[in-house]
Design a protein around this ligand. Structure first.
Ligand code: HEC
Length: 130
């Protein structure tokens, strides 16, 4: 009889312990800015130039080629830095990835994949002045 009570007590005790288990709040590590979906048609003016304004034109103005300020950036890029339809052959894309000996741009830290893919997509869609 005493044994039975002990068993029941043990049972209750373990239930009590189990009830202490709770789902931990899972904290998702900060992955930086969320990946943005790539638009079907990437616009140079609306999708690409704002990125240059944000992180390139502080240096790429005046005499630092390619000058990436609005209105001149497209012509300057197409003048040797972008091969229409071929991101892998484009110095602009290589600079974002720091490949083939092209220095990393921006120099203070690689862009997020979503930004780089936007530029890649724009080049592969024909690098339009759109
Ligand atoms: C801190 C200043 C600075 C910033 C910001 C910067 N660049 Fe540059 N960039 C340079 C300099 C200086 C050069 C000349 C090459 C060198 O000496 O590194 C250069 C060269 C380049 C080249 C030519 C590379 C070659 O080998 O011909 C490209 C393309 C380029 N930058 C694109 C960009 C883009 C796109 C951004 C923004 C994402 C950017 N840069 C941001 C300073 C900067």
């Amino acid at each position: 009889m005493k044994n039975k009570i002990q068993k029941v007590l043990m049972g209750c005790f373990s239930l009590l312990l189990l009830s202490c288990y709770y789902d931990e709040v899972v904290i998702i590590p900060d992955a930086g800015t969320p990946e943005e979906p790539i638009p079907d048609v990437i616009s140079f003016k609306d999708n690409i130039q704002p990125l240059f304004n944000e992180s390139c034109i502080s240096c790429h103005k005046g005499s630092t080629d390619p000058v990436l300020e609005a209105n001149v950036s497209y012509d300057n890029l197409l003048n040797g830095y972008v091969v229409k339809g071929d991101a892998n052959a484009s110095i602009l894309y290589k600079a974002l990835l720091n490949i083939d000996g092209i220095p990393l741009m921006p120099p203070d830290g690689k862009w997020s994949d979503s930004k780089i893919n936007l530029v890649k997509g724009w080049i592969e869609q024909g690098a339009l002045d759109n």
